[in-house]
Design a protein around this ligand. Structure first.
Ligand code: B12
Ligand code: SF4
Ligand code: SF4
Length: 357
């Protein structure tokens, strides 16, 4: 049923194989009677990834966002079909909401975003994918550009084996570490987790806010200044936690004052904002860059770093220019508009006043 619904690989885990001291692996949180879980994934379209990374034209962001939502919908539909079938057979079953749903019983969940069940841990333990250095999981065929799904049940399913470490797709080329504008994961430190007696290694996570402020669309400019995500935000790279919190506060407040991107997709409402503000997807670079094949990954990287920088006009439309031209066009816009995208504007106002004097 899952394969019919678009899944490329399906695996099984049990209470034993998911046993660990990490709360995100606890199958009984969503279903107290749980015995097993089913993990699966659906990949992104490879041509669309190239268009998105290459910012082929300003309409691509919206088209890609729709594809992303559509894959999540497919995952939900396929999970629900299996869930209902299991229930008809007399078992208990529940589908895992694939994203944007957290354990609201954990104090401060709005910033730590604890999953009800970590679909990555389920994926690696059930052997449908393995960890990439970025923390995204993937396979040799699809790289990390896959979206995960899961179903929990009290049926006793036979577990499938993990992918042995030596057979994983990640060759530590480290390209994924070069594409995150705000450096969400470490280039040299690793995290080790043990699940059901098996050990998995990936990069040490930085503060979640490094991703939230960029993937959430408030910032887009890469620390190199040479390319951006699809976000027109142009904030300085925060070197430490205090700087990060300062940038987050300014960038996220300003983001709410920007016009929505004028394209075919209006985004979604993140749970952590109480559904008050819409977010339009602008990054996912670490997820899309890795093709699972070193040559293809290098080509995607070349495409991204040469894709230019995005700016937003007063009417909400996005435009893409080479980095220097983007800076020039941005700086030619009224300061009242620039202030929604940079924290530099106070210096600019001061400079303009001085020039007038
Ligand atoms: C929370 C979340 C985020 C947060 C935090 C990411 C993170 N690393 O945890 C933010 C907003 C930053 C984020 C970003 C992204 N995400 Co996200 N996200 C999730 C979510 C809901 C849970 C992630 C998770 O499992 N974290 C746990 C582990 C893997 O992360 P960890 O920090 O190393 O875990 C430590 C602690 O968090 C703690 N812990 C783990 N679980 C729990 C639970 C509790 C209760 C507590 C207290 C602690 C705890 O113990 C761990 C070891 O120290 C899942 C959906 C789901 N239900 O699984 C999607 C998911 C992981 N996201 C996904 C994607 C694609 C992204 C992005 C690419 C953004 C995008 N455009 O979609 C980026 C990638 C960032 C990166 N390099 O990791 C995909 C990943 C697909 C893949 N191929 O791997 C998922 C699986 C959604 C899906 N259905 O496919 N995400
Ligand atoms: S880009 Fe892919 S293969 Fe290279 S280090 Fe990152 S996850 Fe591993
Ligand atoms: S989704 Fe973007 S901002 Fe978030 S960790 Fe990946 S590259 Fe960084």
């Amino acid at each position: 049923m899952l394969l019919e619904g678009g899944a490329k690989k399906v695996g099984f885990a049990t209470l034993d194989t998911m046993k660990s001291d990490i709360p995100g692996t606890d199958l009984t949180y969503l279903l107290p009677e749980a015995q097993s879980a089913v993990g699966f994934f659906i990949p992104f379209d490879k041509d669309m990834i190239m268009k998105y990374l290459g910012k082929e034209d300003p309409t691509i962001r919206g088209i890609h966002e729709q594809e992303n939502f559509e894959i999540h919908r497919k995952i939900w539909k396929a999970s629900q079909r299996v869930k209902h079938w299991l229930i008809e057979q007399g078992y208990k079953a529940i589908s895992v909401i694939p994203n944007n749903h957290y354990r609201t019983d954990v104090p401060g969940w709005q910033t730590s975003l604890p999953p009800e069940l970590s679909l990555r841990y389920l994926a690696v333990r059930s052997g449908i994918a393995s960890f990439g250095y970025s923390g995204n999981v993937g396979t040799k065929e699809y790289g990390t550009a896959i979206i995960l799904g899961g179903i929990i049940t009290d049926a006793k399913l036979k577990p499938t084996d993990r992918i042995p470490e030596s057979e994983g797709f990640c060759d530590k080329c480290m390209i994924c570490t070069k594409v995150c504008a705000f450096g969400m994961f470490s280039e040299d430190e690793e995290t080790t987790v043990t699940i059901g007696g098996e050990t998995f290694i990936y990069s040490k996570r930085g503060p979640i806010m490094r991703c939230a402020v960029t993937c959430g669309g408030a910032n887009g400019l890469h620390r190199s200044g040479k390319f951006s995500t699809w976000s027109p935000g142009r904030y300085e790279y925060p070197e430490n936690q205090i700087e990060l919190m300062r940038v987050c506060q300014i960038a996220m407040t300003s983001q709410r004052k920007r016009k929505p991107y004028k394209d075919s997709s209006m985004g979604y409402q993140p749970a952590s904002f109480n559904g008050k503000y819409n977010t339009q997807l602008t990054c996912g670079n670490c997820n899309y860059i890795c093709a699972g094949d070193v040559k293809e990954t290098a080509l995607r990287y070349k495409t991204l770093v040469n894709s230019g920088c995005v700016i937003q006009r007063e009417d909400g439309s996005l435009e893409v220019y080479p980095p220097d031209k983007a800076k020039e066009v941005f700086e030619s816009m009224p300061i009242e508009h620039q202030k929604f995208y940079t924290s530099d504007y106070k210096n600019k106002i001061r400079k303009t006043q001085l020039e007038k004097v």
